[in-house]
Ligand binder design. Structure first.
Ligand SMILES: Cc1ncc(COP(=O)(O)O)c(C=O)c1O
Length: 264
């Protein structure tokens, strides 16, 4: 039987199509080997720099202490976002079991096609009421939510003004949109104001900030941010992964300043 690489080469010769030649098996094997060598080199560099991160396999529920494969002891867990203990709360587990019985495991499709159930709508409705907002849309993760927001709201004539310590998912989400990018010093309102002035010729302006910053726990000065947003005609986006339901102060501030200019 003719090998696929030879077949592609024959076609490419027949059509005098230069791009086809790169698809021969021999060349693609060489390319894969070169990439593998590069990656190996990069991985060794990461190990030498002491920044290699091995995967810890958890064998228990999430909680303040967890069990990890290869260790008998309880391990204190400081890195989950399970502040309220919801991921192992008996009522949440019970509700999950019931939903499996009535709605099955997963939608086998994305939301855009046929991935929305009545349970999603019910939860969205409850979250809207809790936040006193018009509507809510659920994403599977906040990383997904942040990847989905900026590109939809902002075009090349717009500006996004982002705190320099914003979470990686906000930074990635901003990369996906074509708006002009401005970055202000961490929670520095003078610098934010300067950036708003620099962005004044842009059409829509959006200030983006974590509510509570995940790495060092600092709290964004939300009243000042929204005041500047109002003054310079900018929308305010707040990533509330670490505040609502956990820290009173930002949650209350958030509630008190929620208006049409705020996306929570
Ligand atoms: C501020 C912030 N935004 C977004 C995310 C991503 O959230 P998820 O783990 O739900 O994708 C995190 C994760 O910890 C976060 O700290």
């Amino acid at each position: 039987m003719e090998k696929i690489g030879d077949f592609v080469l024959k076609i490419s010769k027949r059509h005098n199509h230069r791009a086809f030649k790169y698809f021969t098996r021999k060349r693609s094997t060489q390319a894969a080997a070169a990439v593998q060598q590069d990656l190996q080199h990069e991985l060794e560099g990461i190990k030498d720099a002491g920044t290699w991160k091995g995967e810890r396999v958890i064998t228990s529920k999430q909680g303040p202490t967890i069990h990890v494969a290869g260790s008998q002891a309880d391990i204190l867990n400081f890195c989950a976002n399970n502040y309220l203990g919801l991921s192992s709360h008996p009522e949440v587990i019970e509700a999950g079991k019931k939903a499996l019985d009535t709605h099955g495991a997963g939608l086998s499709s994305v939301r855009f096609i046929c991935g929305t159930q009545d349970l999603h709508k019910e939860l969205e409705d409850k979250i809207s009421k809790f936040h006193k907002k018009e509507d809510t849309i659920l994403y599977a993760s906040c990383f997904d939510a942040n990847a989905g927001l900026f590109e939809v709201l902002l075009g090349p004539e717009d500006a996004v003004i982002s705190d320099e310590l914003n979470h990686a998912s906000i930074i990635d989400g901003i990369r996906l949109c074509k708006a002009k990018r401005f970055r202000y010093k961490h929670t520095d309102m003078k610098d934010l104001e300067q950036n708003l002035k620099d962005a004044s010729s842009c059409h829509k302006k959006l200030i983006a900030t974590d509510g509570v910053f995940s790495m060092d726990g600092s709290v964004a000065p939300l009243p000042d941010i929204t005041r500047l947003g109002n003054e310079y005609g900018a929308l305010v986006f707040i990533d509330e992964c670490h505040g609502t339901g956990f820290l009173d102060q930002p949650a209350e501030e958030l509630m008190s300043i929620l208006d049409w200019k705020l996306i929570s």
